[in-house]
Design a protein around this ligand. Structure first.
Ligand code: NDP
Ligand code: GDR
Length: 333
């Protein structure tokens, strides 16, 4: 075999999302051939703007499919013959999971089984990454959450993620698959969806700064999260699949902050005062809240040689600057 000509091939489900776009960029940088599954929407075809923003769209092979449609996954795996599969597709917004619990179960939970079953039936030897979540810890059982902390999910989303996590562990143990579950804590970036709190704040600050809005409406600003940067976190996903043995890893910064603290960073950076613009809206409180999350990423640091490199402050400032620049471009157009 000519080893010099060998190019690793990765398939990413959820390539059009925040992590999918950064992971595609990262893998292309490592010399991978990157395939991505995307689903059609009636408004704008496929959602390719994040890949465009990173300037990688013309270097990835986009194939149409849906995580809830196992036949499309089987077709894609047969065509692609991937060496690595990153399963990032999900209904990922916690608040929506109370509005659409069945869809969340089908996509975020059973969708994982669809990919694992497709790999098993097709006898693929691809290594598999599952995008598990710190939301599975929910009502926390230990002050710091590691791979051995018991789970206590607090939303239909978290319950679905728990299914995805355990079915990944089960397929590893039942069939010897190289299947790893990354229990990732919140991670953000300028490509974060605008419904998530960091991006809602940075996009809101940009609008206020440019005189387009006066207020920002939020729910529970006392909730605490362990926030990292998506660029750092996609590197951890790849590292997991480079290990001889598949395993589960917590990926986090080991620091936790309130939403209020994050809000202050964003407003300060733009030279604005939170008190002049913040409205607390009871409608934005969740039926069951995850009050605090704090990850203990010791295993990822020790076994993967991974560590976070971007602070919350640097990330929020980057996001505010990106939102102001985006809005100015839109206003000029
Ligand atoms: P996003 O919401 O930005 O992206 C989700 C992706 O899933 C999008 O590409 C979306 O496609 C796709 N998708 C949704 N439904 C389907 C479907 N039925 N079939 C195929 N694709 C679908 O999420 P992130 O990038 O932030 O997160 C990536 C993964 O990591 C998710 O599984 C998330 O739950 C998990 N996670 C995220 C964390 C975070 O802090 N970001 C932390 C822990 C876990 P479309 O563009 O068409 O909507
Ligand atoms: P989360 O992220 O639910 O942790 O899930 P989100 O940014 O939505 O909420 C974080 C915290 O902020 C509080 N909050 C608000 N949240 C939103 N979205 N909008 C508001 O107006 C608002 N006001 C206060 C929330 O109550 C919550 O406590 C994210 C997702 O990416 C999941 O897919 C992922 O699994 C987890 O992170 C880890």
């Amino acid at each position: 075999m000519n080893l010099e000509a060998w190019v690793p091939r990765a398939l990413i489900t959820g390539i059009t999302g925040q992590d999918g776009a950064y992971l595609a960029e990262f893998l292309l940088g490592k010399g991978y051939e990157v395939w991505g599954m995307a689903r059609r929407s009636s408004t704008g075809g496929l959602h390719l703007d994040r890949l465009e923003w990173l300037g990688v769209l013309d270097r990835v092979n986009i194939v149409e499919g849906d995580i809830a449609d196992m036949s499309s996954i089987m077709r894609i795996i047969s065509e692609c013959q991937p060496h690595e599969v990153y399963n990032l597709a999900a209904q990922s917004f916690v608040a929506t999971s109370w509005q659409q619990p069945h869809l969340t179960a089908d996509v975020t939970g059973v969708g994982v089984l669809n990919v694992l079953e497709a790999l098993r039936i097709l006898k693929s030897e691809a290594r598999f990454y599952q995008a598990s979540s710190s939301e599975m810890f929910g009502l926390i059982q230990h002050q710091e959450q590691s791979e051995t902390t018991p789970f206590y999910p607090r939303s239909p989303y978290a319950v679905a993620k728990l299914y995805g996590h355990w079915i990944t562990v089960n397929y590893r143990e039942s069939f010897g698959m190289h299947a790893s579950s990354g229990i990732l804590f919140n991670h953000e970036s300028p490509l974060r969806g605008e419904e998530f709190v960091t991006r809602k704040v940075t996009a809101g600050v940009a609008k206020i700064k440019l005189g387009l809005e006066k207020e920002i409406r939020l729910g529970n600003i006392h909730a605490k999260r362990d926030w990292g940067h998506a660029r750092d976190y996609v590197r951890a996903m790849w590292l997991m699949l480079q290990q001889e043995t598949a395993d589960d890893y917590v990926v986090a910064t080991g620091r936790t902050w309130t939403v209020e603290h994050m809000l202050n960073i964003a407003f300060d950076h733009a030279g604005l005062k939170v008190a002049d613009h913040l409205v607390i809206d009871p409608a934005l409180f969740r039926p069951a809240e995850v009050d605090v999350l704090l990850g203990k990423p010791d295993k990822a640091i020790a076994n993967l040689g991974w560590k976070p490199t971007i602070s919350l402050e640097a990330m929020i400032c980057e996001m505010v600057d990106a939102d102001i620049a985006r809005l100015k471009r839109r206003m000029r157009a």
